[in-house]
Design a protein. Structure first.
Length: 330
């Protein structure tokens, strides 16, 4: 596989990442009858200080990719290199030492906070786990974090049910920042929020990134949000990266037929342009990751399908413009 290395210090290097979930039959004597290829040979680099957007349909493997990078889910194959260490080869004790630098902001601000704990205890918990500071220093740190994310420090003794969805997501962000990480997986952090609150959370993430030189993997469905926050964008389909390039190139000159279809579905606020532009309607359903099609995974729905697409899986290659695209058309 050809993988372009963008200019800058590479913080995360992912190579040949795979995650297959076994499918079994039977209750007492479980027999493996297949496997779901949730992530299938994914490779990319994430540069220190950048935001890499990861987009695609539901079930394409975006969240699994993020969790495999963090080793929350152990991958089936592949490498995840962080600070010259292959995280896939570290045991649980070795990963514990690295986890301070790798954090996550979850999609659901309601389900990701323990309802039996005060929000101050929730934000303090990473500090306790990693034995950072004494009790008084941790309390001061929690209040500092609340101020950083735009919450009143006097709210630390309240419980999650006393906060709105946007406030809960700010608490989740404060928890992720508690141990001064360098890399954060943002797993659809705004999809459960109102549109007006989404903009506030996105602006907060950008301010924190600039202030602390954070690096994000930003997983999302909303392509307009991804365009706003990301430096580069990777498009995922059925467990594979089909296109990867910088933000402006992707939105102005998409190459992969799937990317073109995705972008054609994004509404444009100008009615005149919206009325004249071509909308690409994909036929058929997304194939099952339990039984993906032979060759290009997009070939059953692609309007430009050729014979070679049904036989040979295209590799992610670099075009003359610097785009990375997995398509036999290029």
């Amino acid at each position: 596989m050809t993988t372009a290395t963008p200019t800058g210090d590479v913080l995360i290097r992912v190579r040949g990442l795979k995650k297959y979930f076994p499918v079994t039959r039977g209750i007492l004597f479980q027999t493996k009858v297949g496997e779901i290829k949730a992530v299938d040979d994914v490779s990319f680099d994430i540069i220190r200080g950048e935001t890499l957007g990861l987009v695609g349909e539901s079930g394409c493997g975006k969240t699994t990719t993020g969790r495999c990078i963090l080793q929350v889910i152990r991958p089936t194959e592949g490498e995840v290199v962080f600070q010259d260490q292959d995280l896939t080869k570290l045991n649980n004790k070795g990963m514990r030492a690295v986890r301070r630098s790798l954090q996550v902001i979850f999609q659901d601000p309601y389900g990701s906070l323990n309802p039996r704990m005060t929000v101050g205890s929730i934000v303090e918990e990473p500090l306790v786990i990693h034995k950072i500071g004494n009790k008084a220093e941790r309390k001061d740190r929690v209040k500092e974090l609340f101020q950083l994310v735009g919450l009143n420090p006097y709210m630390v003794d309240r419980y999650p049910h006393e906060f709105s969805g946007g406030q809960r997501q700010r608490i989740g962000i404060a928890r992720a920042l508690a141990v001064n990480p360098s890399f954060i997986v943002c797993d659809e952090p705004i999809s459960a929020l109102d549109v007006s609150i989404q903009a506030q959370v996105i602006n907060l993430l950008q301010e924190l990134q600039e202030q602390f030189n954070l690096t994000y993997l930003f997983i999302a469905h909303d392509l307009s949000v991804v365009r706003h926050i990301s430096d580069r964008v990777a498009v995922m389909y059925l467990g594979k990266i089909v296109e990867l390039t910088d933000r402006d190139s992707l939105y102005q000159d998409p190459l992969h037929p799937y990317t073109k279809a995705l972008l054609s579905a994004v509404p444009i606020p100008d009615p005149a342009i919206e009325a004249t532009r071509e909308r690409i309607i994909l036929t058929g359903d997304v194939p099952s990751p339990l039984n993906p099609p032979q060759g290009c995974s997009f070939n059953p729905r692609c309007p430009f399908v050729m014979d070679v697409c049904r036989r040979v899986t295209p590799e992610l290659k670099i075009t003359k413009s610097g785009h990375q695209v997995a398509c036999h058309l290029y």
